[in-house]
Ligand binder design. Structure first.
Ligand code: ADP
Ligand code: MG
Length: 701
């Protein structure tokens, strides 16, 4: 049981003040969850700032540089409301200091609110970004406005967090602040002498320090608070891995002997020949599964490299030897798609597949569970619903996990805790360095798909300003009339007040005006069946242009789609753009990707998009992305350390990983059941970093 101490941190994120249904969706997106119901307060505590705004800069109005964030102390001169009936004209309030005049500019503002907060003749302090135009200074929607008498209420140094489109920095900051306040004093789980040697602050103080930086040094990866949390994260990981290993050693695997009875007809019916690296990967997997040691293998391959076919061959081998296999996908859409694709591929072998997700309910669900338990079903595709307690497998020989970045060691543990020990194949498109694989998974073998299937043509990528949208629509008109298909990606579901982005719904409406029924729509707020229907219509060709949000980011496979338009490309991370672009170029038709940006682009922004034009190599893109990321201007980037970790960075904190590894081994040797006072504290640590699945093994003995 989780210690009650941590309850406030594991309360639903929606329990924080200021998070409603609408902002909830944005928070979910920011934190990489599908819905707000999956977000906990702790997720926000781990959302660390990447930089800070220093409001101590008070150069005087005349000396404020263009675009700089400054604080101005001045006297209010006059108000200039918009003329009656013209709400599109902004409301302006003029103030001055010794050096000059500043116009505060408000769109759709309430006049009485402004007269109250900025009374004429009052001495006020405002802070925000200064814009110069025709020799006049203005500040649009200041971040802060206080009367001089209340100056102390304005924070002079403010942390800046990674955002997602539509979420205002202020809303996010308030929520983070509330989340951090819920961090209780935590028991010390690190050995005293080590704490002293490293100069670590207490864990709860470390959280507070990172969210209340005084200057940029406090945000450095080597700041004591950051190092403390990085160590904690490594320690939690190493302890849980050690617990897993302890247990796995006791359970033998189930040897799988492939006969070829099923895979051969399937192979023969495939419309393509396997690539060399697919064949090698399949051979490696089969060799692993043939022994009674449990396979734990990572299959790395860039988008489009054909991981699914490898998975199918592995699953068929499991079925040939009389066992069952599951494939787990990170989302509902992907699970359904995999089910459709794999069912079709497996047809020649006469193997039928079931699909099980959170959406599978009632009678249908009961029937599927029955078929799984009786062994009538040999292959099940689904989401994490596959591993819930009430799912009983007759003889699970292999579990394949697709796009693992959302899944960790937890699922493995859950399975083992159920008393089954299938072979595991984890598939990912994310390049993960060897050290990281070790840290995240412990010992794991790796197969790589290094070649793309033959016949793929390079995707032609172009970068264009949004102003040329009309031209793109014309090009699409021609392409669609020639029978081609494409995606049109928008960052937002619907218009929000704070954003000038085109929403997916609005874009759908304008494109439907041009293309009529040929345009489909899919986004995260649609119900599951609605999403399926939209995907199916696009796949079958009933619709030829699919307007979508990033719900199609991972794994969606419609090989005859050849055009990808991404609106507001500057808002996306490079890896994300690479994944999105990977939705085209999957068949033998020539494909193109059009990245539309809203200018002006910063130099860094231009460089980032340029990389995509230069290369399709996911590994290189990830590398370059990391290099450029330093500037922290990337919207929607979680300021996390290494992928898979919340705060730790293998590169920056490698020394700590080594210490954590040793400490974990030593701790478990002395206190294998984690019963001592420190052992109890370590249990708390495991819960805090969500490594608590490992605790089950302690009870199981
Ligand atoms: P990913 O590695 O991104 O999961 P998929 O498994 O979805 O890639 O495969 C991408 C596309 O390439 C699919 O349409 C699949 O049918 C096709 N494909 C897979 N292997 C080959 C191959 N050896 N030759 C040609 N096409 C292939
Ligand atoms: Mg895939």
């Amino acid at each position: 049981m989780r210690p009650a101490l941590l309850d406030p941190l594991f309360a639903s994120l929606a329990s924080l003040p200021g998070i409603g249904p609408k902002t909830g969706e944005l928070f979910a997106k920011l934190l990489g969850h599908e819905s707000i119901d999956d977000c906990r307060v702790i997720d926000l505590v781990f959302h660390l700032p990447h930089s800070l705004i220093d409001r101590r800069n008070q150069p005087g109005i005349m000396h404020a540089p263009q675009g700089a964030i400054v604080t101005v102390s001045g006297r209010v001169d006059r108000h200039q409301p918009p003329p009656p009936g013209k709400s599109s004209v902004p409301y302006r309030v003029f103030l001055h200091d010794d050096t000059g005049e500043l116009a505060l500019t408000f769109f759709r503002a309430k006049g009485d609110w402004l007269t109250k907060s900025l009374p004429v003749d009052e001495q006020v302090i405002v802070s925000g970004k200064v814009d110069w135009f025709n020799g006049r200074a203005s500040m649009v929607h200041p971040d802060f406005m206080v009367k001089a008498s209340e100056a102390a209420t304005m924070p002079l140094v403010e942390p800046v967090y990674g955002l997602t489109a539509g979420l205002s920095p202020r809303t996010l900051r308030k929520a983070v602040e509330a989340a951090v306040e819920r961090v209780p004093p935590l028991p010390e789980w690190i050995d005293g002498p080590l704490v002293a040697r490293q100069g670590f602050p207490a864990a709860s103080n470390a959280f507070s320090a990172l969210h209340h930086p005084c200057d940029t040094l406090d945000l450095d990866l080597q700041a004591p608070a950051r190092r403390r949390l990085a160590y904690d994260e490594f320690l939690a990981g190493q302890i849980s891995l050690a617990l897993v290993r302890q247990t796995l050693r006791r359970v033998a695997g189930r040897p799988v002997t492939a006969t070829g009875a099923l895979s051969e007809p399937v192979l023969a019916a495939l419309p393509f020949a396997l690539t060399g690296s697919q064949q090698t990967a399949i051979a490696e997997v089969k060799a692993d599964m043939a022994t009674d040691q449990r396979m734990l293998r990572l299959l790395q391959g860039d988008v489009g490299s054909g991981k699914t076919a490898v998975a199918l061959m592995a699953m068929l081998a499991a079925v040939e030897s009389g066992g069952q296999a599951v494939l787990m996908a990170p989302t509902e859409i992907l699970a359904r798609q995999h089910h459709a694709t794999l069912s079709k591929m497996a047809e020649p072998a006469g193997v039928t597949l079931d699909v099980l997700t959170g959406r599978t309910k009632g009678r249908e669900r009961d029937q599927i569970l029955e078929r799984i338990e009786s062994g009538e079903t040999n292959i099940v595709v689904g989401t994490h619903a596959l591993f819930q307690d009430n799912v009983v497998y007759r003889d699970l020989a292999l579990a394949v996990v697709d796009e693992q970045h959302r899944f960790g060691v937890h699922q493995r543990l859950r399975l083992t805790a159920k008393g089954i020990s299938p072979h595991m194949l984890v598939m990912t498109a994310t390049p993960i360095p060897r050290t990281l694989v070790l840290a995240a998974f412990g010992d794991m073998d790796v197969s790589k798909l290094t070649e793309k299937p033959a016949g793929r043509k390079p995707i032609q990528t172009v970068i264009m300003p949004q102003e040329r949208t009309g031209e793109i629509v014309e090009r699409l008109r021609t392409a669609i009339s020639e029978g081609k298909k494409g995606y049109w990606i928008c960052p937002l579901v619907e218009e929000t007040e704070e954003s000038d982005l085109m929403s997916v719904e609005e874009r759908h409406a304008t494109l439907a005006g041009v293309f009529g029924n040929a345009v489909g729509l899919v986004h995260g707020r649609m119900s599951g069946p609605q999403k399926d229907e939209a995907m199916l219509a696009f796949k079958s060709g009933e619709t030829r242009l699919l307007v979508a949000t990033t719900v199609v980011e991972v794994g969606v496979d419609v090989p005859d789609a050849t055009i990808m338009v991404i609106e507001h490309a500057e808002r996306f991370g490079l890896a994300q753009l690479h994944q999105l672009r990977g939705r085209v170029g999957r068949g033998d038709g020539a494909s193109s990707c059009i990245l539309l940006y809203k200018g002006p682009l910063s130099e860094n922004g231009r460089a980032r998009l340029g990389i995509l034009r230069e290369t399709e190599d996911g590994f290189r893109i990830a590398e370059e992305d990391l290099k450029l990321r330093g500037e922290g201007e990337l919207l929607g980037t979680r300021q996390s350390g290494t992928p898979g970790f919340l705060v730790a960075s293998i590169e920056a904190h490698g020394d700590l990983l080594e210490i954590a590894r040793k400490e974990a081994a030593y701790t478990l040797e002395k206190d294998p059941q984690l019963e001592s006072e420190r052992g109890q504290a370590i249990r708390t640590l495991l819960y805090l970093y969500r490594r608590d699945e490992a605790i089950r093994f302690l009870r199981a003995g």
